[in-house]
Design a protein around this ligand. Structure first.
Ligand SMILES: Cc1cc2nc3c(=O)[nH]c(=O)nc-3n(C[C@H](O)[C@H](O)[C@H](O)COP(=O)(O)O)c2cc1C
Length: 154
């Protein structure tokens, strides 16, 4: 099972959330490969069973510049069979809270098999540990359904 978690973070909030999600994978004994966006190969997204996207939001709920190529890669490649999830941190002071998560969610819903999303206010807190566990459980339920279907049809 190949699962990638691709993220961006400037001031560390989204990275802290990514670590919490990584911990939830580890608790369940599941492997996940982690990539800061600049280290992720955008060429063959369909080589992954699941891709988890982590992003902060910028401007008026915009996707950060460094995440735009990943966004376009999902739109351009055949990724309907890839299970996805998106998480992010934002600041509810801004009118469009976690707008980049919403934009990824809408696109991933169309181009992939989107399983779950998660938004957190700034730096994740103790109560977010449980939300991260639920996030991983939802993703894994969808992924297991997917892998079962694959084995029936292959
Ligand atoms: C100039 C600027 C614009 C921002 N715009 C938004 C926004 O539109 N929506 C939102 O939810 N958060 C917005 N934020 C807040 C960041 O997304 C938030 O601080 C986030 O946790 C930063 O993530 P990072 O620590 O991983 O870099 C903005 C922050 C800055 C500095």
């Amino acid at each position: 099972m190949k699962i990638a978690m691709v993220y961006t973070s400037v001031t560390g909030n989204t990275e802290a959330l990514m670590r919490m999600i990584e911990q939830a994978f580890q608790t369940q004994g599941l492997p996940v490969d982690i990539y800061p966006i600049h280290a992720f190969d955008l060429e063959k997204l369909q080589q992954w069973d699941a891709i988890i996207v982590g992003t902060y939001s910028w401007g008026n709920g915009h996707i950060p510049r460094e995440m735009r190529a990943l966004f376009a890669a999902f739109e351009q490649q055949e990724t309907r069979a890839v299970v996805t999830a998106v998480f992010g941190t934002g600041d509810s002071f801004y009118p469009h809270f976690c707008g980049a998560v919403d934009q990824f969610r809408d696109m991933l819903y169309v181009h992939t098999d989107l399983a779950v999303t998660l938004k957190v206010e700034l730096l994740p807190q103790e109560q977010d540990v449980q939300r991260c566990q639920a996030f991983v459980e939802r993703l894994m339920t969808r992924l297991n359904q997917h892998l079962e279907q694959k084995s029936i049809f292959n």
